[in-house]
Ligand binder design. Structure first.
Ligand code: SAH
Length: 373
């Protein structure tokens, strides 16, 4: 049933349906079990329905053709499985694809799918816009619109599974629009949905939360039992410089962020966007190496994605390589990322995070630490 704007009663019926995609698996299975019991259905039906929500998804209850028609109709009256509307899909010559989804209130968000070998990394958005105003970031320039709900965040992964042929993500990075740790309530549920085998079933070590260093959020992530990965956007190795690039540094200064990274019981990755003449000098390499050593971080050097970061130019490749060598000479593990989807990012200009690693050689025992997609 589709509610039309001129039919307020129908509208109300739609909003009263419970959105199953906003619930963690235990909660969703609980309400489904209750519904089956009160409808006189067999108990196994709850898990049967839930398997078609995330794991082998279909777009609507009506498509769950293994269920009796009458049950499908009653499920659709009681529960909502909201879709994200695919507005545009663009493919880069390098295989990267970008999806623009519109939400029920008209906001739009981007998701990027980055293939590499056997892996498919999805870069997902956690907010519409962003409040943080990092100087080189195009999303910051859009301002903050609102937090996304769990169904809108995990729904990006579900929508790509619903494509024909499906795109099945092996890795997830929260490196799309927004600051995930400023939307922890939703991201907390999403992490469960991504990881739980009854939902999306992606290994925790293949799921990376990227943050500017929101301390309460880092503590909340650290408190989770699963081995989710943490990436921290450092981008400048001193408070004085970082403040000019990332206003959030006033609230969460570097020393506190590094302390939180050191306390995190899993290895942390630093993200460092190379800005020509700004943060790419030899003294910056020395300072950054010290910070990385202080918390045993792995460092990703990221070429600036051009087009949108007004006033900044990318550090040339040779200089990035020299910066990486200077870090390695100080005993820090470092990778130089490769910009991906440059052609399609230029066309849209919101997300500038389509990147993938081209790694410098690392010791074999360190390989497991570097697959932040
Ligand atoms: N708010 C989170 C996650 C979203 S941004 C965070 O800041 O970590 C994901 C990454 O893309 C961050 O490291 C961000 O600094 C980086 N980024 C933003 N603009 C970029 C650009 N123009 N080129 C390269 N990386 C960029």
């Amino acid at each position: 049933m589709i509610a039309s704007p001129s039919a307020p009663t129908a509208d109300r019926a739609v909003t009263e349906r419970l959105n199953l995609l906003d619930l963690a698996p235990d909660d969703a299975l609980g309400v489904l079990a209750g519904f089956m019991a009160e409808s006189g259905e067999a108990g196994y039906r709850a898990a049967q329905v839930y398997a078609r929500v995330w794991a082998r998804p279909v777009g609507s209850f009506d498509e769950m053709t293994e269920l009796p028609k009458a049950l499908r109709l009653r499920l659709a009256e009681r529960f909502d499985l909201p879709r994200l509307t695919l507005q545009t899909r663009q493919a880069s010559t390098d295989g990267t694809q970008k999806f623009l989804f519109s939400l029920r209130d008209g906001q739009s968000i981007e998701t990027v799918a980055i293939p590499e070998g056997n892996r498919l990394t999805l870069c997902i958005s956690s907010q519409a816009g962003c409040a943080l105003q990092c100087a080189f970031c195009a999303t910051g320039a859009m301002g903050f619109q609102r937090n996304l709900t769990p169904s809108e965040i995990a729904g990006q992964v579900r929508e790509l599974r619903l494509l024909d042929p499906p795109l099945l993500a092996t890795n997830i990075v929260f490196m799309g629009m927004g600051e995930p740790l400023m939307n922890w309530k939703a991201v907390d549920v999403v992490l469960t949905l991504l990881n739980d085998p009854r939902a999306l079933g992606i290994g925790a070590r293949h799921i990376t939360v990227s943050t500017v260093g929101v301390l309460p959020g880092i503590e909340a992530l650290a408190a989770r039992r699963e081995q989710f990965r943490l990436a921290i956007s450092i981008h400048a190795p001193s408070d004085a410089l970082r403040r000019t690039l990332m206003p959030v540094n006033v609230k969460y200064p570097l020393a506190d962020v590094i302390r939180a990274a050191a306390a995190f019981d899993r290895r942390v990755t630093f993200e460092y966007v190379m800005l020509e003449g700004v943060n790419d000098q030899p003294e910056h390499a020395a300072q950054l190496a010290q910070l990385a050593r202080d918390c045993r971080a792995f460092v990703n050097l990221i070429p600036l994605h051009p087009g949108g970061a007004l006033g900044f130019t990318p550090t040339p490749g040779a200089r990035i390589a020299a910066f990486a060598r200077a870090m390695r000479d100080r005993g820090v593990e470092v990778a130089v990322r490769k910009s991906r989807g440059l052609d399609i990012a230029a066309a849209c200009g919101q997300l500038r995070t389509e990147r993938l690693g081209r790694r410098l050689p690392v010791r074999p025992e360190d390989h497991e630490h570097i697959d932040v997609g």
